[in-house]
Design a protein around this ligand. Structure first.
Ligand code: CAA
Length: 389
């Protein structure tokens, strides 16, 4: 059977962040609650001239920038729960910004933090049937709960782009997976709200309940649940510890503390300093694992995707020979080094930035260091352009 999976993967986040210690100090909370309690150090804060579309375009640009990959794909799947329009897909702007071919199927996908995984499976099924297909999958989100809310420390932003092909250079993904869906109200965002609503403790419980159900379903389809590393959806980094304890308990696997850390810690490096990026977070976690740990070729990686509401999926994947040559680890590291730290009031000001909603022209300040930006809003239309045009 033809191997299908991830041929290239790259992520992007904003060039500004706030330290959670400063958020804790402002809210008169013990900073240890964030560092030791949820394993988060910083969170990325969007600039005024970026949104889910620009984050997505900037993530994908890394894949094409050196010219080794042709700017031609058969489909562009855009997964987000921070969409900028109820009607037009964000991927339509992204295709044009990247200079990709017009004869390309473009669509936006939604199911909370899970939708990138739906996109992945839809794409891979098509590639199995037609191995010549090249599909660009982008997950992009801005996690917003509000200043002073319990969810505040679990905000963040980021996008990840994956080129999906047959005979992939990085990761081959199995056809069988464990699935579970239920109708629950743990996290949601009504159309009229620009911040999420959440029943925090219940959402964590639903995450773990869904993981257990996915393990059970996976077992009914696949013989072995043996993985060398696991990447989990990361609303906050310590969720991986909770999830991995559940995974070990459910599968009856015993590990030393060192082995436990070896299986999950490299996947948390980026999330600890970016925060939640909803649809992108599992795959930024995967990028973090691949970039930051030398993994044996042929190693098995388990991936758990969770979207509140809810939908979960547990997948298995195999690391490909010479995979490191296809990574963008140096670029990712330089991007994170090059970020500017905001103090609390600068972060609060950025969070409360008012976008025009009355149709008047609003020219946005040049703040992003990304290749693409939101230049203005006028007549209720968003105008995206290259940063240096
Ligand atoms: N020193 C060390 N640890 C401390 C501490 C201190 N001073 N103070 C608190 N802690 C620990 C707590 O004991 C707790 O650890 P345990 O989980 O082991 O009990 C941890 O820090 C967090 O403390 P609380 O449970 O008291 O925190 P909280 O109730 O204020 O908020 C939260 C935690 C529920 C995750 C909240 O941030 C939230 O609602 N976040 C948004 C929702 C979310 O992320 N849900 C996750 C699952 S849903 C999902 O995955 C989809 C998605 O992306 C949203």
């Amino acid at each position: 059977m033809v191997r299908v999976g991830i041929d290239r993967i790259a992520f992007y986040t904003s060039n500004q962040f706030v330290a959670l210690k400063d958020v804790a100090d402002h809210n008169q909370i013990d900073p240890e609650k964030f560092s030791a309690g949820i394993w988060q150090e910083n969170m990325a804060v969007t600039t005024a001239d970026e949104d889910a579309v620009t984050l997505a375009a900037n993530a994908a640009e890394t894949i094409f920038a050196d010219g080794s990959i042709e700017r031609h794909v058969d489909q562009l799947l855009f997964a987000t729960e921070s969409g900028v329009d109820q009607s037009k897909a964000g991927g339509i702007y992204v295709r044009r910004l990247l200079g990709l071919n017009n004869n390309c199927r473009v669509v936006e996908l939604k199911q909370a933090c899970y939708s990138a995984t739906a996109g992945l499976q839809m794409a891979l099924a098509q590639i199995r049937a037609n191995p010549s297909l090249k599909i660009l999958l982008i997950a992009s989100d801005i996690a917003r709960y509000g200043l002073g809310t319990p969810g505040e420390a679990t905000q963040g932003c980021g996008a990840v782009a994956m080129l999906l092909t047959a005979n992939p250079s990085i990761l081959a993904i199995d056809e069988e997976a464990g699935l579970h869906s239920d109708d629950v109200m743990d996290f949601w965002r009504p159309n009229y709200s620009d911040t999420a609503m959440v029943d925090g403790k219940y959402s964590t419980k639903m995450y773990l309940t869904t993981l257990k159900a996915c393990i059970k379903d996976y077992r009914q389809r696949v013989d072995s649940l043996a993985f060398d590393h696991l990447c989990y959806h990361l609303p906050f980094s310590r969720m991986a510890e909770k999830a991995h304890k559940t995974f070990c308990r459910e599968t009856g696997t015993k590990f030393s503390a060192d082995e436990f850390a070896e299986q999950i810690n490299a996947g948390l490096v980026y999330n600890r300093t970016i925060g939640n990026s909803y649809t992108a977070s599992l795959y930024i976690g995967l990028t973090s694992l691949l970039d930051n740990q030398h993994i044996a070729e042929g190693a098995r990686i388990g991936l758990f995707s969770f979207g509140s509401g809810c939908m979960g999926e547990l997948m298995g994947a195999t690391v490909q020979p010479n995979y490191r040559q296809a990574l963008h680890a140096t670029k990712h590291s330089a991007m994170l080094q090059d970020r500017q730290q905001l103090n609390y009031s600068e972060y609060a000001q950025a969070f409360n930035f008012n976008y025009a909603k009355d149709g008047d022209e609003q020219v946005l300040p040049l703040q992003t260091k990304g290749t693409y930006r939101l230049a203005k809003i006028a007549n209720h239309q968003r105008h995206y352009e290259p940063t240096q045009s």
